[in-house]
Write a protein that binds this ligand. Sequence first.
Ligand code: NAD
Length: 512
Amino acid sequence: ATKDIRKAQQPVTEEVAHVLRTLGVPDSSWRNGTRPVRSPITGEVVAHVAEASARDVAHAVDRSIAAFEAWRTVPAPRRGELVRLLGEELRAHKAELGRLVTLEAGKIVSEGLGEVQEMIDICDFAVGLSRQLYGLTIASERPGHRMMESWHPVGPVGIITAFNFPVAVWSWNAALALVCGDSVLWKPSEKTPLTALAVQALFERAAVAFGGAPEGLSQLLVGGAEVGAALTDDTRVPVISATGSTRMGRIVGERVARRFGRSILELGGNNAAIVCPSADLDLALRGIAFAAMGTAGQRCTTLRRLIVNEGVYETLIPRLARAYGSVGIGDPREAGTLIGPLIDAAAYEGMQKALAEARAAGARIHGGERVLAAEWPDAYYVRPALVEIDSQIDIVKHETFAPILYVLRCAGLPEAIKLHNAVPQGLSSSIFTNDLREAETFLSAEGSDCGIANVNIGPSGAEIGGAFGGEKETGGGRESGSDAWKAYMRRATNTINYSRALPLAQGVSFDI
Ligand code: NAD
């Protein structure tokens, strides 16, 4: 261990129990269940949660439909009041919930808090939205007629989430769905059920403060893939919003489509940044470091490919390699730690396998080795890996959910954009340049093919105000800001005849 390796100071299990109790989570939901929950900080089992069965899922959907039928008639601005109260609960418990994100998902303290702030932000957004669920009025071709679009609540929304944003992703979906008049059913990641239990407790407090929210409006279904599958297959759940791997999305997307349900898929990314000769390299270095190493490379928007113009390669890459070699790794609760643990052993093995493939292809690898293994054999800390590689081989086109940054050299912007788009995923992207033509080309129709394209900031760390999501194998879904709310409602087109005649569209005559 070197000076940049940080060890745990306090026991994890006791702290988890303390935080859960502070947040009002009943002991019965996490003490004596069948499913063990580990903290990635030390790898120890910190709780045993109770799991839902397929019958529990069916019963929860019954309750969710009853809740929906009542909730859809509550005026939208009043529905917004419940989400406002949820935001207040989150504000009041930001420190504890953020801490639990750190303990259960291994995020550093400021990122744990940031995740809760993101929940607060989307609640604020949704409260405003509750008075802005606008439809259009449309010019009718017929005299004495008016056309309009109405947006109506759609029904129970199933929300399946990933471990790496254990609470924020629920809120992107739930805050919008609730103001839209829907009920929600949440299947959190089996790796992070404790933060979900805590959010459910906060929601229930908000519902009590609201007074008169239907019972079962927001329900939690703890369990593994089989619980997610039961929800996915229930024809009474019109919308399934699923966040996770492309492997999962391929299954869920197909099953929902087969029953003509609607899915919102937020799947894997393989995000790149292009560094041009005119780039501000100090700024680029900081942007790259956060995007590639932050959250130990476990964000869907993590920077995984760096495409560097040969003119600045020799200046930028040695500096980046130094940053990689000195970054603080270890207990995410410790001040100065920037890189916490990987979620589990499988994540570590996936990382080593990818590095072995890159090495076999002749790549030059800085870092990537395991640290703190002697102290915590069941926890997986790694030094982030910077991998200089000559071409975009298969492993580079694959999302490995760990801190690996592949660095590719390019000669000019057309080559850079070609490399950039030549992967199956299409989530987030960025360019570092001070050349207006390059920046605008990257954002244009012939530039980045991703759902998110940035200039002079990295690809990760989105704000809630924009629509979030990506193309190709990322699944095509959009959540959070802009007009993403439309996915949680059904659209009705209405034509109203206020004349005494009955003209038919397209001049069709049908006289009886
Ligand atoms: P995962 O795919 O292993 O699991 C995600 C969720 O899907 C879990 O709740 C899991 O239980 C459930 N699930 C798995 N198989 C299922 C099935 N057959 N039917 C129904 N549900 C099923 O993903 P993970 O390891 O938790 O998360 C990491 C992945 O998530 C990465 O690929 C990352 O890029 C992606 N992700 C994407 C976004 C985005 O917005 N695009 C955000 C966060 C994470």
